[in-house]
Write a protein that binds this ligand. Structure first.
Ligand code: FES
Length: 122
């Protein structure tokens, strides 16, 4: 089960959401279900509005990182992901700092998701 804590200046206080095992909802979908105001537009990895910063609550608890091609492309365009970070994620299971909420499915990992509330502003 994933434990996802959302934090933002747009929220009165942090909110923790529990992802159901086997759930394939994106972070954006979980946020919407819980009225957490992550900005979005396309929901498809194209616009970059849903940029979030992600920290792993237990960094030693590594998981395989899955980045979609769209997510890699858009994050690179935004200057939020380098080729080195892609290699680190895909080869060494080192999670990148920035993700797109509409592309990120948290499976088992416990993470804190930060966003500014400005589209693309993480
Ligand atoms: Fe457009 Fe996520 S909502 S990239």
């Amino acid at each position: 089960m994933a434990i996802i804590t959302f934090t933002s200046p747009q929220m009165h206080k942090d909110k923790t959401v529990y992802g159901v095992a086997g759930d394939t909802k994106t972070i954006l979908a979980l946020a919407e279900d819980n009225r957490i105001p992550i900005p979005f537009d396309c929901r498809d990895g194209n616009c970059g509005s849903c940029l979030i910063e992600v920290s792993y609550d237990n960094p030693a608890d590594k998981k395989a990182i899955m980045l979609t091609e769209k997510e890699k492309q858009k994050l690179k365009e935004l200057g939020k992901l380098t080729q080195q970070e892609i290699d680190d994620a895909e080869v060494r299971d080192m999670p990148p700092r920035y993700r797109l909420a509409c592309q990120f499915i948290a499976r088992d990992e416990d993470v804190t998701v930060s966003f500014s509330g400005m589209p693309g502003g993480s």
